[in-house]
Structure formats: C-alpha cells, structure tokens
Design a protein around this ligand. Structure first.
Ligand code: SF4
Length: 337
C-alpha cells in the first residue's frame, strides 16, 4: 500500500515494539488508516512481536481498545490517528498521530476568498495537520490577516481540536471574526461553528479546496431545536451510557435518570457500544433518548433516528433549566466546560 498521504513513522514503530519487548501487539486504527494495517502489521512482526489487527471501527481515542487487548492477552497497544485520551493505561499504549503529508498551501489560498471580509482569523486544525499550522499561519499573515491560535493545554498541540473538545477555538472566539480550520471534510468545522457561534471556513488539504459550513450548521441547529421540542412531549426516556471506555459516564447518566423522574418522566438506563438507529428501534415504548456518550452521534446523525436523541445540555433546555439562547452561546460540548 502506498503511504504517501500520511507519515506512519515506521522506524519509530519498530523501535517502540523493541523498546517495550512486546510479544503480542494489538494494532488499532481509525477507518481512514485501516488500508495501511497489513503494512504496519508486517513491521510489528519484523520487530519480533505477534500483531493482531483490530477490525472493529474506531472513531476517537475515547475508544481505546483496552478491554480487547486484555481479552487477547496483548502486552502493547499501538494506536494510530488520535492524541492520547487517558494519562495512563493498564496496558502500555503507544500513539502515532499519522500526520498528513499533504500541502495546505492551495487550500489556504482558496480559503482567502471566503475570508475577504474578515481581518482577525482564528486558526485551528485537526491532529493530522498540526504540522502544517505554522505554514498556514504565515500564508494568512502574508495576506494581511491577523491570526490568533488558541492554546488551552487541553489538547497536546496548540490550535488542535477534536470532535467533542473545542477549547482552543472557544478560548479565542471573542477575539476573532471567523475561523479557518485545516481538516479533511466538514465534521470538525461544524463542531467549531457550533462551539463558538462564528463563521468557519475549511481548508481541506486532501481535496485542495476551501468551503464554508454555514448551511450545514444551520441545518444541524434547526434539527436540534426540533428534537428538543419533540422530546418535551415524551413520557418515557432511555438514558444511554456508552460502553466505549472514554464514553462511559454512568454517574452522569444516573443523575439524568433522577432528574427526568423528578420531572414526572419514566427513565431507564440503557448501555450501548454503538448508538445506531437499529439498536434504539428495539425499544418501541421508549419515546426519546438522552445520550451521555459521544455527542456527535446526536448532533450529526439525528435525521437517521426516528426519535429524539438529546445530549445532556439539550436536556437542560428541555427541562427549562437553561435557555436555547444560552445553549447556543455556551456551546454543546461538555468537554469544553
Ligand atoms: S466522544 Fe465522539 S467526538 Fe469525542 S473523541 Fe470520542 S468519537 Fe470523537
């Protein structure tokens, strides 16, 4: 497999296997990097360990395969594509960012057209393009922009955002008129827009294009508003506890069950690994759900579910503990609090 798109740090991988004296290695990759799995498994084998490729989907470092590694007797996890989520883990874990090798120049130059009316620009990025942040900053500066990059220390890199954590964007939102994000696709850009309320332009290094996510953000907000109103009518709620290790918030879910019961609703804890319509459809008498696991399942895929799947902050609006306006202002993401 040609790996020209990403720096897979193969030499470092071999060194890490040797350094850890690993005998059995669980290799975990997000979907976009799975095509490189066999190539990386060969390196692990050459370094003297047995590689096991995890075929299950992985959407974030919140889903670190600790339980799988334990059940397979792996003595090392190699995790590609995400920053560490946990400070320490019971099975040693080595992370590889898989930085993109794609140039950001063309995409950033195209983004300037969308940024014409703004002078103060917040610059953010996903992990894969952290290594191109400085190049993007210089291009913006050369074109007369004032560039601000947030650094709250929550993520390992300044300006970095992940799907459910935008503190590097939120911390500078009051000082910028718009954001430019280096990322593939719209997912993180939509997150920045709903976390900050600012216009967001994507510079996509993979397609070398730039675009606004304004319409998508309006659609997401319309759908969320409708879901909150629909959920108000529900008498029976399922409160979802995520089974992925970084998404398991049982105490929070229990508190929500109590809040709903105090508000005169029926509420049940529901533990799930994958929150998909087929799973929720198995409970016809549950009329709405509250999702304490990955907030992006609710925000990005709500049209796939035939019942409202609120995130905890939206439930506060439904229970009139806060207002829609305050929710829009403070952002949707618990991790940003
Ligand atoms: S909780 Fe969701 S958005 Fe956050 S890291 Fe995990 S998969 Fe990504």
């Amino acid at each position: 497999m040609n790996n020209e798109s990403f720096n897979l740090e193969k030499r470092k991988l071999k060194r890490e296997i040797e350094k850890h004296n690993a005998e059995r290695v669980l290799l975990q990759l997000p979907e976009g990097l799975k095509p490189y799995a066999t190539e990386l498994a060969n390196i692990i084998q050459e370094a003297g360990a047995l590689p096991i490729i995890l075929g299950d989907p992985c959407y974030g470092a919140c889903d670190l395969a600790l339980e799988e590694a334990q059940s397979l007797n792996a003595d090392l996890i190699v995790h590609y594509g995400h920053s560490p989520w946990f400070k320490s883990t019971r099975i040693p874990t080595v992370y590889f960012a898989a930085y993109s090798k794609k140039s950001v120049k063309k995409a950033v130059m195209k983004a300037l057209t969308f940024l014409e009316e703004y002078s103060h620009i917040g610059l953010v990025t996903t992990l894969q393009h952290v290594n191109k942040l400085e190049e993007a900053r210089e291009l913006l500066l050369k074109n007369g922009k004032i560039v601000i990059i947030g650094d709250t220390g929550v993520q390992p890199h300044r300006g970095q955002v992940i799907g459910c954590e935008y503190s590097n964007a939120k911390s500078i939102a009051d000082h910028v008129e718009a954001f430019l994000i280096l990322s593939g696709g719209k997912f993180h850009a939509i997150g920045v827009a709903i976390a900050t309320g600012k216009p967001v332009i994507v510079a996509d290094p993979y397609t070398k294009n730039a675009f606004s996510v304004e319409n998508e953000v309006k659609r997401v907000l319309r759908q969320r508003w409708a879901c909150i109103h629909e959920a108000k009518k529900a008498k029976s709620f399922g409160v979802i506890v995520g089974l992925k290790i970084g998404q398991k918030k049982i105490e929070k879910a229990q508190k929500i069950v109590e809040e709903l019961q105090n508000a005169g609703k029926e509420a049940y804890l529901l533990a799930l690994r994958e929150i998909v319509p087929e799973r929720l459809m198995q409970f016809p008498d549950v009329e709405a759900f509250v999702n304490t696991a990955c907030p992006r399942v609710s925000l990005d895929t709500s049209s796939k579910f035939n019942k409202p799947v609120l995130i905890p902050r939206e439930l506060e609006v439904m229970l009139e503990k806060t207002s829609w306006e305050k929710l829009c202002k403070s952002g949707w993401f618990e991790n940003d609090a």
